[in-house]
Design a protein around this ligand. Structure first.
Ligand SMILES: [Zn+2]
Length: 354
């Protein structure tokens, strides 16, 4: 029976009273020896843990304080920005050295960039000329679709919609570019690509309806010219998206490519003139005028007239880029009138032939 008991019970049962006391005392001595060691060990571990926690806490506070301070400095710098001289700009923001003062410094906040629309600087005119142009074409789009005449076919509506979408896209992308170009090098580069894509979209958006009505009775020629136009459009978009061509030194090359794309309308234009229906002559003249406006605008932009002759005098107003923008909007209005004239004339001819 005794042998089946647990070891503790064995001690109690197998030992006499004296043995028990002695054993208990011995155990007590052992505990007295071990206890301080355990306590010391626990205290050290606890202290180390607390130190680590405190260290983590301090590190966390310091990191948060640094972030808050950094944000505050960025906010202060961007909210309270002042226009600066061309020479004070970082390389990626230096584009036109004939504009001396009034440049925006880098503003690494989209909110601050968009707020800068309402301040005077070298980009104010560029932002508003195309911003208002985009709003104008959006209103004209809505107005045109509200006042559509019943005899307009589905294709007529589609052609006008293509034209409006091209113009609105181009003007909107341009506005975004001029607004955010000072955000950072990366954003500037991306928005520049958008700007050039917008020009390609507008050119093809203008070609499609003009060629459709110009070669209304010659569907094969219409498809040939449109295919040619779409291929050129794709090439110009690829060039726009290619990083290498985003640098300011490639500005003349980019302009030349877009000019070539724009002038690709010349061949179908000459063909159209040869087979021209006399009823469409006024529209033809409008397209010629539109082409001239584009060419004048592009030339002013490339050679930087008038600021080239008046360095530092066109920093805010009347600089070549603003004139180019105004001429682009005027050309778009002229083209719209040309298309409207063709749609009306085509519908009248169709009604007369019925
Ligand atoms: Zn522009």
């Amino acid at each position: 029976m005794q042998t089946e008991l647990s070891s503790t019970t064995d001690i109690l049962v197998d030992t006499t009273g004296d043995d028990l006391h002695q054993h208990m005392r011995s155990m007590s001595d052992d505990v007295m020896i071990i206890k301080p060691e355990v306590k010391t060990h626990r205290r050290t571990a606890s202290l180390r843990q607390r130190l680590e926690n405190a260290e983590q806490l301090v590190h966390k506070f310091v990191t948060e304080a640094e972030q808050v301070a950094e944000q505050a400095v960025i906010k202060l710098c961007t909210e309270a920005w002042h226009v600066c001289h061309f020479n004070a700009l970082p390389k990626w923001l230096q584009d036109n050295d004939f504009l001396h003062r009034g440049h925006r410094p880098p503003l690494p906040s989209f909110w601050v960039c968009f707020k800068s629309i309402f301040r005077l600087h070298t980009e104010t005119g560029n932002i508003w000329t195309h911003g208002l142009g985009a709003v104008l074409f959006l209103c004209l789009f809505v107005y045109t679709f509200i006042t559509f005449k019943d005899h307009y076919t589905y294709v007529d509506r589609l052609m006008l919609a293509i034209y409006f979408c091209g113009a609105i896209t181009c003007l909107s992308f341009s506005t975004v570019f001029h607004t955010c170009s000072c955000h950072s090098r990366e954003v500037s580069k991306f928005c520049s690509k958008l700007d050039y894509c917008g020009i390609s979209i507008q050119i093809i958006g203008s070609m499609i309806p003009a060629l459709y009505y110009g070669f209304y009775d010659n569907h094969a020629m219409y498809l040939t010219y449109i295919t040619f136009g779409v291929i050129l459009c794709i090439i110009s978009i690829v060039i726009s998206l290619w990083d290498k061509f985003g640098e300011p030194k490639f500005r003349p090359l980019r302009t030349a490519v877009f000019l070539a794309f724009g002038l690709s309308n010349v061949i179908p234009g000459i063909h159209w003139f040869i087979v021209l229906d006399s009823h469409l002559f006024s529209s033809f003249l409008l397209f010629i005028l539109q082409g001239l406006l584009y060419i004048i605008g592009a030339l002013l932009y490339v050679v930087r007239i008038p600021e080239r002759f008046f360095p530092g005098k066109c920093d805010y107003w009347f600089q070549s880029h603003q004139l180019f923008h105004i001429l682009v909007v005027l050309a778009a209005i002229v083209h719209l009138n040309g298309i409207n004239g063709m749609v009306e004339m085509r519908l009248n001819v169709n009604q007369l032939s019925i």
